[in-house]
Design a protein around this ligand. Structure first.
Ligand code: FES
Ligand code: FES
Length: 171
């Protein structure tokens, strides 16, 4: 990337949920703000803005990351997936989203997009994840409503379904 001027707005190009998108960002603009305000993908929530709550979690080149701890310029040329991308793949709620609904795993829903993005990575990378693996992922997310038990149950349900489908389409 060429040298950036501090106050200039630079063109940032990304793939967002499978679609080529671009917008402008000053070098100090957070990726969370770029996604929400420049690209209009407001499904990604912003809570603490310093890496603690997990609400802003998205996927960048297949990894779950805090978009509030990433600058928009760092994402130039990257592949981003936000919570909107979970439904676009099937044009309906994903298996994970349906399980969250079935298990009453959300109330206000503020934490939910970030949790979904982290769990989506877990189910893809480790479909044999243990209960402890689920807890480890959930440890990176704050939820003020649910007490976490129902979220854990939803994820366990999904992983058990993947196991019983023996590698079928689980997204
Ligand atoms: Fe990014 Fe809280 S808003 S971790
Ligand atoms: Fe309200 Fe988690 S459902 S913060």
């Amino acid at each position: 990337m060429s040298e950036m001027k501090r106050d200039a707005r630079h063109v940032i190009q990304v793939t967002l949920n499978g679609e080529k998108r671009s917008g402008f960002a000053q070098p100090r603009m957070l990726l969370s703000d770029f996604i929400r305000h420049e690209l209009g993908a407001t499904g990604t929530h912003v809570g603490c803005e310093h890496g603690v709550c997990g609400a802003c979690t998205i996927q960048l080149d297949g990894r779950a990351i805090r978009s509030c701890l990433t600058l928009a310029v760092q994402a130039d040329g990257c592949d981003l997936v936000t919570v909107e991308g979970l439904t676009q793949r099937e044009a309906e709620l994903s298996l994970l989203q349906r399980a969250m609904k079935r298990h009453h795993a959300l109330q206000c829903g503020y934490c939910t997009p970030g949790i979904l993005m982290s769990f989506d990575v877990l189910m893809r990378k480790n479909p044999k994840a243990s209960d402890q693996d689920i807890i480890d992922v959930l440890a990176g997310h704050l939820c003020r409503c649910t007490g976490y038990a129902n979220i854990t149950s939803a994820m366990r349900d999904v992983l058990d379904q993947i196991k019983s489908n023996a590698g079928g389409d689980h997204v």
